[in-house]
Write a protein that binds this ligand. Structure first.
Ligand SMILES: [Zn+2]
Ligand SMILES: [Zn+2]
Length: 356
């Protein structure tokens, strides 16, 4: 008898939940939205350097990874390095307010590193009613990128200001500004920002035939992190990554890419097969990165810009290959929304995932 009553009660509750699913969903949604509106993941971070992955993917389509993007947080200042497609969504999901972005460093001008720029700039502009455009810092050519994107969205910008008013979308804050730095020769490097205890150094990397291509080193309060940009094994990278706490490096698995190439050719897709062969020599393999990390004495490694995508659990094993035998420190495959923290005044290297 008791069992019958229990079954009836559960059935009534389930029927009630089904009947009122609309209002229940609205209530839950209100709570999630209210929490999201208040979220500022940066405000709660300890002083130090932090790297947030706003995109760990590559030009090969992957619904689980945005295009190449790294957020570097120094103290409370927020910088972006590249902004591939989907970067703005990952920033939002991780609770990083786009309105906080100080400036954006470009490593090179491949489309996969640029195609999220406009969404990031729009969110930054209207997020804090910015009166200055998003500053793009990069090697020569960055002026054309800034001018081109600004022009492409110029009509849209007038709609935003017209609709929401200049107090919300000030015309002076729309679009992009550019700051080009002279390219260092050979292995040389150039300091592109030095203020408030933060030093950002650009250095040449090897992504030929793509020129110019640079990486960046961030030094702040005794902690350091290096972003490789896109490069094959590069003496310039090793020289500039010496002793860094964290090396964020692009990675391509020749073993897996050659399997994709074989499948493309077997399917009669010659163009795709040719492209898959061409890309192998201008990215580093995980083993290349491990060797360089050991040579440079870096303390941890985060592989990103993962080529090809890894849609099945277990594919990370052939992807990493022998890299973990070649390098003793922690070596991670980046996931979107990963946060690596390097608190000032300590030697800690902490990894967690932000947001939802
Ligand atoms: Zn790329
Ligand atoms: Zn590239």
């Amino acid at each position: 008898m008791k069992r019958v009553i229990a079954v009836v009660v559960i059935a009534v509750l389930l029927a009630g939940a089904w009947l009122f699913r609309g209002p229940i969903a609205l209530k839950l949604s209100d709570r999630v939205v209210a929490a999201g509106m208040k979220t500022d993941a940066v405000a709660g971070l300890p002083d130090g350097l932090h790297a947030f992955v706003c995109g760990s993917g590559s030009p090969l389509p992957d619904r689980t990874r945005a295009g190449p993007c790294l957020t570097v947080i120094a103290g409370q200042r927020v910088f972006l390095v590249d902004a591939g497609e989907g970067a703005a969504e990952v920033l939002s999901a991780g609770g990083i307010p786009a309105g906080r972005i100080d400036r954006l460093f470009l490593t090179h001008f491949h489309s996969d590193h640029l195609d999220g720029l406009s969404a990031v700039a729009l969110q930054r502009w209207v997020g804090r009613a910015s009166t200055t455009p998003l500053l793009l810092v990069g090697p020569p050519g960055v002026e054309r990128i800034a001018a081109g994107f600004t022009e492409a969205y110029a009509i849209d910008n007038t709609y935003r200001t017209g609709h929401h008013g200049p107090a919300v979308a000030p015309p002076s804050g729309a679009g992009f500004a550019a700051q080009a730095f002279a390219m260092p020769d050979g292995q040389a490097s150039v300091v592109v920002l030095d203020e408030g205890g933060l030093k950002v150094t650009a250095f040449r990397v090897d992504h030929g035939p793509v020129e110019p291509a640079v990486g960046y080193r961030f030094d702040y309060r005794g902690r350091s992190l290096v972003v490789s940009g896109d490069t094959s094994a590069s003496p310039g990278l090793v020289a500039n990554a010496r002793g860094a706490d964290l090396l964020v490096h692009d990675a391509l698995s020749p073993v897996l890419v050659r399997r994709l190439k074989a499948a493309a050719l077997a399917a009669g897709q010659k163009n795709r097969g040719k492209i898959l062969e061409d890309i192998i020599n201008y990215h580093a393999s995980p083993e290349d990165v491990a060797r360089e990390a050991r040579q440079a004495g870096v303390k941890s490694v985060l592989l990103t810009h993962l080529v090809p995508p890894l849609p099945l659990p277990g594919l990370d094993v052939p992807f990493v290959g022998d890299a973990r035998k070649l390098y003793d420190g922690p070596l991670w495959l980046a996931r979107d929304r990963d946060l690596i923290s390097l608190p000032a005044g300590s030697e800690k290297i902490e990894r967690k995932r932000l947001g939802r």
